[in-house]
Design a protein around this ligand. Structure first.
Ligand code: GTP
Ligand code: MG
Length: 197
């Protein structure tokens, strides 16, 4: 699938105020700094469309991007950001969960995890909650350029092992890098297939 136009539409704190749910939608979520905004820019090949930062906690709202007038990409705030108050963190978490549970045109959620780290409790809890709520999702192992292929494969296998303790099968997954664009084509294929359904 070729993308010719990607535009920023709106930022919101409430899912009710998001753009009209009349197009297929795909959301990107994961811990702060995992590379959600960067991956969106890589997918649409437009640097700076979604705001990125070396400092965690950059994205603080539900951001909608309209792609080729036909579908939406959504950049969400990260979870687990330590340097904010508990109240603030809970506010972000309920904003994210309200959106994920209620957004009627949300077809697929891409849950990003950093390929360099072993399975983290916070990610497992997030993933398990999505599963319990029946929200369709896949995994994206980000920052693959930072590891050798062997180390990357090992970490993906570790994740798989951990997930299979609670899940019957491994969800669909991708390995990506916003530095060299790996994973982009596969993610776009998946989106293109879902757009067609
Ligand atoms: P929040 O909005 O704060 O939750 O972060 P985010 O998940 O949107 O992460 P963001 O895209 O802002 O990237 C965080 C940092 O990681 C930035 O310094 C990016 O340049 C870097 N980064 C993101 N993706 C990659 C990647 O694939 N490879 C490498 N090497 N760095 C990456
Ligand atoms: Mg971000």
């Amino acid at each position: 699938m070729k993308i010719t136009e990607a535009i920023f539409l709106q930022s919101n704190t409430e899912y009710e105020k998001c753009p009209k749910p009349d197009k297929p939608e795909y959301a990107f979520i994961g811990r702060s700094n995992v590379g959600k905004s960067s991956l969106i820019n890589t997918i649409v090949q437009k640097k700076g469309l979604a705001k990125t930062s070396q400092t965690p906690g950059k994205t603080q709202l539900i951001n909608h991007f309209l792609i080729d007038q036909k579908w939406y990409l959504v950049d969400l705030p990260g979870y687990g950001y330590a340097k904010i108050s508990k109240t603030e963190r809970e506010k972000f978490e309920s904003m994210i969960h309200d959106y994920l549970s209620n957004r009627e045109n949300l077809l697929y959620t891409f849950v990003l995890v950093d390929i360099r780290h072993e399975p983290q409790k916070i990610d497992m809890e997030f993933i398990n909650r999505l599963g319990e709520e029946g929200i369709p999702f896949c995994l994206v192992f980000t920052k693959a350029d930072k590891l050798s292929k062997t180390a990357a494969d090992r970490n993906v296998a570790l994740y798989q092992e951990k997930l299979l303790e609670t899940w019957e099968e491994m969800p669909q997954f991708f390995v990506s890098s916003s530095v060299n664009g790996s994973g982009r084509e596969d993610i776009l294929h998946t989106i293109s297939d879902l757009n067609q359904e």
